[in-house]
Design a protein around this ligand. Structure first.
Ligand SMILES: [Zn+2]
Length: 241
């Protein structure tokens, strides 16, 4: 058990080094992720508006074709009006003219609406395009900054990670599992030292009998107050929070 506990103390030292290296990256990884998300959202908006603009253009072209047909019909009816021979014929053609004129006015309104939509969509696209470019260059900067930081600490990280896996393999699996669980819950510090008769993790006092047991280092003892694994080491391996 003593070897297991000593192994945990070493494991914790390595975990702290790794945490310190990770802290050097700050919140850059999150910043990169957030920027990517924003960029994806804008690109999606851009492409959906482009599709709408194209559909709008197609619909407008169809309406323009219809308008031409109606105008041709109107001209034809107006010509026929000169050649009428009866009142009945005159009334019939006049009715047709009224109908076609109504359709022309309807189609012109439709075309106007398409033009308005086109204007709005084009303006939106013009706003989004430079925004995408800005965010793309922002992402590029952040990404290369992050890559540099990772590169600068890569070798060190790797060596600590190797040490970590060796240490973890040398300690009883169940104890490593317990260590990890406490570490996750308590923010990277799972092992506390007996210092001035108290737990170095939470500073709560340890009763004399427990202190004796902790000093013997032959059983896994958890601090009753904070739940950390208590060990007794020399001053230089003391663990603080
Ligand atoms: Zn404690």
């Amino acid at each position: 058990m003593k070897a297991n506990l000593t192994g945990l103390v070493e494991l914790q030292k390595v975990d702290r080094e790794l945490q310190a290296l990770e802290a050097l990256r700050g919140d850059l990884p999150q910043q990169v992720a957030r920027t990517k998300e924003k960029l994806d959202g804008l690109k999606e908006e851009h492409s959906s508006k482009k599709v709408r603009l194209a559909d709008n253009g197609t619909a407008k072209a169809i309406a323009e074709g219809e308008l031409k047909d109606f105008q041709a019909k109107l001209a034809k009816y107006r010509d026929q009006l000169y050649a009428v021979t009866s009142n009945r014929e005159y009334d019939a053609i006049t009715a047709e003219i009224d109908t076609v004129e109504g359709k022309i006015s309807e189609t012109e309104d439709k075309i106007l609406a398409f033009l308005e939509e086109e204007e709005v969509l084009s303006a939106d696209l013009e706003t989004i395009e430079p925004e995408i470019k800005d965010i793309e260059s922002e992402l590029e900067d952040k990404d290369s900054e992050l890559k540099q930081k990772i590169l600068a600490t890569e070798a060190e990280c790797k060596s600590f990670e190797e040490q970590r896996s060796q240490l973890a393999a040398s300690v009883d699996k169940r104890i490593v599992y317990q260590y990890e669980r406490i570490r996750t819950g308590l923010g990277n510090t799972a092992v506390a030292d007996l210092r001035n008769d108290a737990c170095s993790g939470c500073r709560s006092n340890i009763p004399p009998q427990k202190r004796v047991e902790i000093k013997m280092m032959n059983q896994l003892i958890l601090c009753e107050s904070c739940g950390r694994i208590l060990v007794s080491t020399v001053a230089d391996t003391a663990v603080t929070t």
